[in-house]
Ligand binder design. Structure first.
Ligand SMILES: Nc1ncnc2c1ncn2[C@@H]1O[C@H](COP(=O)(O)OP(=O)(O)O)[C@@H](O)[C@H]1O
Ligand SMILES: [Mg+2]
Length: 261
């Protein structure tokens, strides 16, 4: 198993003082007893409404925040035994966020943006950086002529692709996409998802595709996990959503026309 979560919980201290006064342990359980495993080359969808704990789960997986209880295992190794924000973790796992503008430093050209991870992780391959930057853009279906552009000179879809190229630059084994296509219009979303699917197949890459929009999982995911109020309430594979048990999952799918899933 590439990535495994075992009974993972994350509690944040309650924000209101009064509550903690009367109930000392009444923190907010943003993530509550989650079990999930992702195999090499697999794409898993994580669907849930806003506030259900998806981004918190992503941060726990990346070891950006400590778990309150439970374990995150990367290739069988507990990730929280490593230092927080650890280089080795980021070499194996990358996180791509929704807002590409904040992830791309505005004063850097695309070339410098892509060179940064190469400098960090492949300093010995310096002679190949130029070719690698161009290759990364081609991989995400962008023209290498964009290398000299600044982020503000790119469209939303192009910026999102640059973020993906930057994540791919470190040759990770898994990429977590937290609402990464949510801000794009539908045609661009479909194009980016098709591209992701291609890269995932070519590179045996694992993906965790986080979204509030269940429809967008059908193009990409082998398996979909449904999150509700911090818990994983249901997991189903492929397109088989007829057997859904949890009322929230049924509600999610009810709104969709039959042919769309
Ligand atoms: N750093 C934090 N401190 C306190 N509460 C937080 C923090 N981060 C997230 N939360 C709370 O945890 C819950 C889950 O949030 P989040 O993981 O961002 O959900 P999602 O990504 O599904 O929208 C929310 O109620 C949110 O307010
Ligand atoms: Mg979120």
């Amino acid at each position: 198993m590439l990535l495994e979560l075992r009974d993972v919980s994350k509690e944040y201290p309650s924000r209101t003082r009064r509550m903690s006064l009367f109930k000392p342990n009444s923190g907010l359980k943003a993530v509550n007893g989650v079990n999930l495993a992702i195999r090499k080359g697999e794409c898993v969808g994580l669907v849930g409404e806003s506030g259900s704990g998806k981004s918190t789960l992503a941060k726990l997986m990346m070891n950006m925040e400590p778990v309150t209880s439970g374990q995150v295992l990367l290739k069988g190794q507990p990730i929280h035994e490593r230092k927080r924000n650890n280089r080795k973790t980021y070499k194996q796992m990358q996180l791509v966020l929704q807002d590409s503008s904040s992830s791309l430093y505005p004063k850097m050209r695309v070339k410098e943006i892509l060179e940064e991870p190469l400098r960090n992780y492949f300093p010995q391959e310096k002679a190949m950086w130029d070719a690698r930057c161009a290759g990364l853009l081609e991989l995400v279906d962008l023209d290498p002529s964009l290398l000299s552009r600044y982020p503000h000179q790119l469209s939303g879809g192009q910026k999102q692709r640059v973020c993906l190229a930057k994540a791919l630059a470190v040759r990770p084994e898994i990429i977590i996409l937290d609402e990464s296509v949510a801000s794009l219009d539908e045609p661009s979303q479909r194009a980016v998802l098709a591209m992701l699917k291609r890269i995932q197949k070519e590179q045996q890459l694992s993906l965790l595709f986080i979204t509030h929009d269940v429809k967008s999982t059908r193009q990409l995911c082998d398996r979909v996990a449904i999150m509700y109020q911090g818990k994983l309430v249901e997991t189903f594979s492929g397109r088989d959503c007829r057997q859904l048990q949890h009322p929230y999952s049924r509600l999610l799918f009810q709104a969709m026309p039959d042919e769309s899933f």
